[in-house]
Ligand binder design. Structure first.
Ligand code: C2E
Ligand code: CA
Ligand code: CA
Ligand code: CA
Length: 277
């Protein structure tokens, strides 16, 4: 028994306790996760503020590890980036999302669009536009129904390459959103340099409830609208937060107030429920 040795045993136990998550092992498991079918994509509704209808969904990757259960993307996406797996996994998500949306549209006639998160490393891959063109062709989804979400850090790495890749994608008809806006550096200069369509303002601004944040929101939304961009609120959890974004003329919003990310099997049922509301 563990207790038998008293303090000495406890010390021994502690010393040899393996790390909760062995990153090397985890990276290996991640490599196999795609083939093992452990990765899933869940979809969170993106809603039009004014008409209260679903515009589309954001694809969010999920990993159900065969032993450890669900692992958060905030944990395994950085690992995928460190090990170079991100390109493969990132493409898999785009492919899955495009196919799922095409099927849903055939079945249901909606939604209008699907948003997929892009890692900074994917933007550095010169093959990306061609790879996305192939995926769109194979799935039959129109390019303007695919939206790619990039963060400011994605751009800061290698500005020129990022802009070139984005321009190529925009030429194809793909929509671009800047994600987590307001959390990175030099946000304002990017607004004029980058080709993009939507500004997703980081949830910290919506959730804080501070007058300072409301003042910043007002100014940012005014700039974005002057530049003909749409503004998206994320992390909307309460009706008070919804009232704020409604008052500030956000165009779209997402958050637990509407729904958590939904497994793909439940989407048809979810859309039917919405239609009869
Ligand atoms: P993100 O792109 O900013 O996604 C929003 C995160 O907030 C998601 O967490 C979502 O589930 C969560 N969320 C949605 N509504 C609410 C709300 O009302 N309140 C709160 N507190 N949270 C809400 P998730 O799914 O755990 O993803 C975390 C991050 O992992 C994402 O942040 C994104 O940066 C990254 N990620 C997820 N899927 C992918 C992917 O396929 N590729 C890449 N490169 N990154 C991904
Ligand atoms: Ca996102
Ligand atoms: Ca975000
Ligand atoms: Ca984020």
């Amino acid at each position: 028994a563990k207790r038998a040795g008293g303090n000495t045993y406890c010390f021994y136990d502690k010393k040899y306790e393996p790390p909760r998550v062995d990153r090397y092992q985890l990276a290996n498991d991640l490599k196999k996760a795609v083939h093992r079918g452990e990765l899933e994509v869940h979809y969170q509704p993106i809603v039009e503020v004014e008409r209260n209808i679903i515009r589309g969904f954001e694809a969010l990757i999920r990993w159900k590890h065969h032993r450890m259960g669900w692992i958060s993307p905030t944990e395994f996406i950085p690992l995928a980036e460190e090990t170079g797996l991100i390109n493969q996994i990132g493409l898999w998500v785009i492919q899955k999302a495009c196919h799922d949306m095409k099927r849903l549209r055939r079945l249901h006639g909606s939604p209008k669009m699907i948003a997929v998160n892009l890692s900074p490393l994917q933007l550095e891959n010169k093959q990306l536009p061609k790879q996305i063109r192939d995926i769109l062709r194979a799935s039959g989804l129109a390019a303007n129904r695919l939206e790619l979400e990039i963060t400011e850090s994605a751009i800061a790495q290698n500005v020129e390459t990022a802009i070139e890749t984005l321009q190529e994608l925009v030429k194809m008809g793909v929509q671009i959103s800047i994600d987590d806006f307001g959390t990175g550096y030099s946000s304002l200069s990017y607004l004029k340099r980058l080709p993009f369509h939507n500004l997703k303002i980081d949830k910290s601004f919506i959730q804080s409830g501070k007058v300072e944040d409301e003042a910043i929101l007002k100014a940012v939304i005014m700039i974005a609208h002057q530049l003909q961009k749409k503004v998206v609120a994320e992390g909307v959890e309460t009706f008070d937060q919804f009232e704020l974004l409604n008052r500030l003329h956000f165009d779209y919003f997402q958050g637990y107030l509407v729904s958590k990310p939904i497994p793909v099997d439940l989407l048809p049922q979810y859309l039917n429920q919405q239609a009869t509301k």
